[in-house]
Design a protein around this ligand. Structure first.
Ligand code: FMN
Length: 168
């Protein structure tokens, strides 16, 4: 395990994010992970931030509302099968950690574990969250991403302060 600056692997992380990375949450003895493809690395309030967008319908949303901490695991090895699984099954009715055979390592700075797989790990504490509203987006995005097929299921933006960043 090698500690790195949060922006040291920013380019690689953003490239891999477009294919999917794992967002892990935990509350009330449940640990869950889901695939995410949208997110941001940057600065706010002079703090390093990982921003994630989670739709209201996700079990992950429920867990984040109970425990405002998360970890992001960016695999640098092929995990396309696990990514597809964790991006289509819900933790409400499937134990995805068990089903994928993920090993968990305790977070160093948060109560949420990280997935023990080769890649970049970000531990985050939610500093701020804000609700996406229909009036703040272009018509095209509304139709494409929040139309009848998505049932109007909007995202919450969670801004997580990165409290630790390392490679496994
Ligand atoms: C590659 C990929 C990227 C995804 N990105 C997001 C995302 O950024 N935000 C989101 O809310 N859902 C995203 N999803 C969908 C969730 O991963 C999916 O609905 C998942 O089953 C939710 O799990 P949960 O109910 O256990 O939280 C993505 C799915 C895939 C396959």
């Amino acid at each position: 395990m090698t500690e790195i600056e949060f922006n040291e692997k920013a380019r690689e992380t953003l490239q891999l994010l477009s294919k999917g990375v794992f967002l892990t949450t935990a509350a009330e003895d449940k640990v869950n992970t889901m695939s995410i493809g949208w997110g941001y690395l940057g600065w706010a309030w002079k703090k390093p931030i990982f921003g994630v967008m989670v739709r209201h319908s996700r079990f992950t949303h429920e867990l984040l509302e109970k425990n405002a901490q998360f970890t992001v695991t960016v695999p640098t090895v092929d995990m396309s099968k696990e990514m597809a699984f964790c991006g289509t099954k819900s933790g409400r009715d499937t134990d995805k950690i068990k089903a994928c055979g993920f090993e968990l390592l305790p977070g160093k700075t948060v109560s949420v574990p990280v997935l023990n797989c080769k890649g970049y790990q970000y531990e985050c504490r939610v500093l701020c969250k804000t609700e996406m509203t229909e009036d703040c987006m272009p018509e095209e995005a509304k139709k494409l991403w929040y139309g009848p097929q998505a049932g109007g299921d909007l995202h919450t933006f969670y801004f997580g302060e990165i409290t630790a960043c390392y490679l496994i």
